[in-house]
Every structure is written in C-alpha cells, then in structure tokens.
Design a protein around this ligand. Structure first.
Ligand code: HEC
Length: 145
C-alpha cells in the first residue's frame, strides 16, 4: 500500500517537473523565446485562448477589415508600434517594436493608444498564456507592417 502511494507521488512529481515553468512569462522587453508567426495568427484569430479562456484578440481588434472595433485596428501595428516606442509620449519599458508589441499584450496599460481608454483590453494575457504563446502573438503582429 505505502509502496504504491510512493510510486504515485513520484510519478506526480515527475509530471509536475516536466510541466514546470511553462506558464511563466518574461517581463516585457526582456529575453523571450523566438516567436512562430503562423501559430501567433492562429491564436490571434481564435475565439478564446489560455487556461482561463481569455477572449480572442479579434473580439476587439480588426486586421484587414476582419474583427472588432473596441480596440485599435492592428493592420499596421508593427509600423505604428515602431513609431510609438520612439515618441516622446511613450513612457513604457520597451526599446523597439517587438518589445512594444509584447508589452502591449502583457501590460496593456503601459501605453494607452490615443483615442482609447485604459482598462478595456483584457489584462491577464501575461498570466494566462505561456511565454511561447505571447512570443508567437508578438511575432505575428510584427508581420503587420
Ligand atoms: C476586450 C477588448 C480587447 C481584447 C480582447 C484585446 N485587446 Fe488589445 N487593445 C484593446 C484596447 C481598448 C486597446 C487600446 C488601449 C490600450 O492601449 O490599452 C488595445 C491595444 C492593443 C495594442 C496596442 C495597439 C497600438 O496601435 O499600439 C496591441 C498590440 C494589442 N492591443 C494587441 C492585442 C492582442 C494581441 C490581443 C489578444 C491576445 C488583444 N489585444 C486583445 C482592447 C482589447
């Protein structure tokens, strides 16, 4: 009896160790895994994502005329982001467009896009999504020039 309990706990521990760290996210602008834009596009256009069924991005954002109007149109967000990060109004931590896009996902209120309000974008993507998912989303956004 004890022997099998011990076995079960070892298996559980091994399983935990194998999954460990998967849900953590790097700070905005910090080192992060290379992104897969194809997977990022799939995530972006899905209706929900992550462990708490976070809303899909197209609920609020349009790209190429497809998607919601609650947030800014992201059809050219790589170009727009590169300009924002260099503008004097920008007070966030990112140094470049990829860093800005990542920060916009994990910390939406670090910079609030002109004409929109803080606190509307879902704020827990940084907690709900794996670091890799955030990198994939940012890589996809970087293709929108
Ligand atoms: C509930 C609505 C909502 C959802 C869902 C949402 N956003 Fe947003 N998003 C906003 C709003 C509103 C803004 C503008 C205010 C701000 O900057 O925080 C914004 C801003 C942004 C910006 C900055 C745009 C720019 O022009 O600089 C990016 C990038 C962005 N969102 C990406 C995403 C991605 C990627 C997802 C999905 C993982 C997502 N958003 C999900 C509402 C949303």
């Amino acid at each position: 009896m004890y022997r099998s309990l011990l076995f079960v706990s070892i298996v559980l521990l091994l399983a935990l160790a194998a999954c460990g760290g998967g849900g953590q996210s790097a700070p905005a602008g910090g080192s992060s895994p290379a992104g897969d834009a194809g997977n990022g596009k799939k995530l972006f256009t899905s209706t929900s994502m992550g462990k708490n069924n976070a809303p899909g991005c197209t609920t609020c954002h349009a790209v190429g005329g497809q998607g919601g109007q609650v947030g800014p149109d992201l059809s050219h967000v790589a170009t727009d982001g590169a300009a924002i990060v260099k503008s004097p109004d920008y007070k966030g931590k990112a140094q470049d467009a990829p860093g800005y896009l990542r920060e916009s996902i994990v910390d939406p209120n670090a910079y609030v896009v002109k004409g929109f309000s803080a606190g509307i974008m879902y704020e827990n993507y940084g907690k709900d999504l794996a670091d890799q998912d955030i990198s994939d989303l940012a890589a996809y956004l970087m293709t929108l020039k």
